[in-house]
Design a protein around this ligand. Structure first.
Ligand code: SF4
Length: 434
């Protein structure tokens, strides 16, 4: 396989060597280039011999000398230089299967691509990985790899993931661990399926793989109101969530004693559901599983309180309304109370947006839609502006999940809208008048 060069970076080794857009890159130092991982891996040499072909198929070789990690300077039509791989599973808990129709096309794409795991931290299930690709990951020492394990019981994994190969492909996980590749594992827990004794078994299997297994996140399944015609699943209650937290903490404490690291964590959502206080930031070590909602609240709180130490009592604040999901609202209120004790003139307030779109059992900020914000805030006094967390918006920072835009909010609510990065210190900066 070869890949067509889309453009050549200005002033790059490739441009200086006269490489042209439209040529295809076949190999680097004799290694075939199939995708971005090959390219990134093999371009790191100081001397690279490129095999190129022009549009007519004529081959030429170019030798480049450059800095060890300097980029050659080639751009390709797509970032991966290849098609993005989709998943081959039918997981009983799949959130995408519970989305209503009519949302943005990209939201229905079920990705499961090991290249994206390395490049962007996406989770992979290993079910569409070949032994050749697993060997390549080991050869290139690609690390960390984020894996959706769910259970180490092969038969149960097949059933949960609706894929008869889901059990067998766990062998890659053990191969990666053996090769010393760092692994972040995710277990989406479904009550009565992979919790209880099955969870004990999974943790018993995974934790001995430390230090290759560097973190394990226990995440509750999400159940939306659109879950029709799918396998019945029971959402977690306070009691069943408490059991999960207790299990995670018991194993975490054992790892802490043995290795000085907890490794195993229950997601914030389990603590909230169980009515337990969120642990302090120190509990979460290196925060390896923030994307899975593990330690998000503790991290945000610590950032905010750290920045608050430098705020003087005569600091001026902007008026406005901070929107968030129902589950995070009490924590945000608590942080604003801390600020209010310092700055008595604080007029910023919190608006907890109920999730009517997906159903009330979904209460995290990241799944709040623009439509729900509009419906619930229309006609309300919002102060000088609306502050919207960036986790509610797509990557480009302009649209909510339901395609409502920030401009729609500004127009309909009649206030300017500012986007807040997912950082407590940055939020404080936005509230304060410098
Ligand atoms: S791996 Fe499972 S949960 Fe993930 S997208 Fe595919 S079917 Fe859905």
């Amino acid at each position: 396989m070869s890949v067509t060069i889309f453009s050549v970076d200005h002033d790059s080794p490739a441009e200086h060597a006269g490489i042209l857009p439209g040529e295809t890159l076949c190999s680097i130092n004799g290694n075939e280039i199939c995708d971005i991982l090959d390219y990134r891996f093999y371009e790191t040499e100081k001397e690279v011999l490129l095999l190129l072909r022009d549009a007519q198929g004529a081959a030429r070789e170019i030798k480049l000398r450059k800095g060890q990690y300097e980029s050659i300077g080639l751009q390709f039509e797509t970032y991966l230089m290849d098609r993005q791989r989709s998943c081959w599973n039918k997981c009983v808990f799949c959130f995408i299967d519970q989305l209503p129709s009519g949302m943005r096309e990209s939201l229905y794409f079920k990705d499961d691509d090991s290249r994206l795991s390395f490049l962007f931290g996406n989770y992979i299930t290993l079910t569409n990985l070949s032994q050749r690709e697993a060997d390549r990951i080991i050869k290139m020492k690609i690390s960390p790899i984020n894996i959706s394990v769910h259970t180490t019981n092969p038969e149960l994994r097949c059933r949960m993931m609706g894929n008869r190969f889901a059990g067998d492909c766990l062998r890659y996980l053990y191969q990666f661990a053996e090769a010393g590749i760092k692994l972040n594992c995710q277990l989406v827990l479904c009550h009565g399926w992979n919790d209880g004794e099955e969870l004990e078994r999974t943790l018993r299997d995974l934790l001995p793989l430390y230090p290759s297994v560097q973190s394990i996140a226990l995440v509750p399944l999400g159940v939306t109101k659109f879950r029709e015609g799918l396998t019945p699943l029971t959402p977690y209650t306070a009691e069943t969530a408490l059991e999960v937290v207790r299990t995670a903490e018991r194993w975490g404490e054992q790892m802490q004693k043995q290795h000085g690291e907890r490794i195993c964590y229950a997601a914030d959502e389990f603590y909230l559901k169980a009515g337990l206080p969120i642990p302090d930031a120190a509990f979460y070590g290196a925060f390896d599983q923030l994307e899975n909602g593990v330690g998000l609240i503790a991290n945000f709180r610590e950032e905010f309180l750290f920045a608050l130490e430098d705020v003087s009592s005569d600091a001026e604040t902007h008026s406005g309304t901070l929107v968030t999901g129902v589950s995070f609202a009490p924590f945000l209120e608590e942080l604003l109370d801390g600020l209010r004790r310092k700055c008595h003139n604080l007029t910023c307030k919190v608006a907890a947006i109920r999730n009517d779109f997906f159903g009330e059992s979904i209460n995290v900020a990241g799944l709040v839609t623009g439509g729900d914000i509009l419906k619930q805030l229309q006609g309300k006094e919002l102060g000088g502006r609306l502050l919207v967390p960036d986790t509610m918006l797509r990557h480009e920072g302009d649209l909510f999940l339901d395609n409502v835009s920030l401009k729609d909010l500004e127009r309909e609510l009649g206030v300017p809208v500012s986007v807040v990065p997912d950082d407590g210190g940055e939020l404080l900066k936005l509230i304060l008048r410098e």
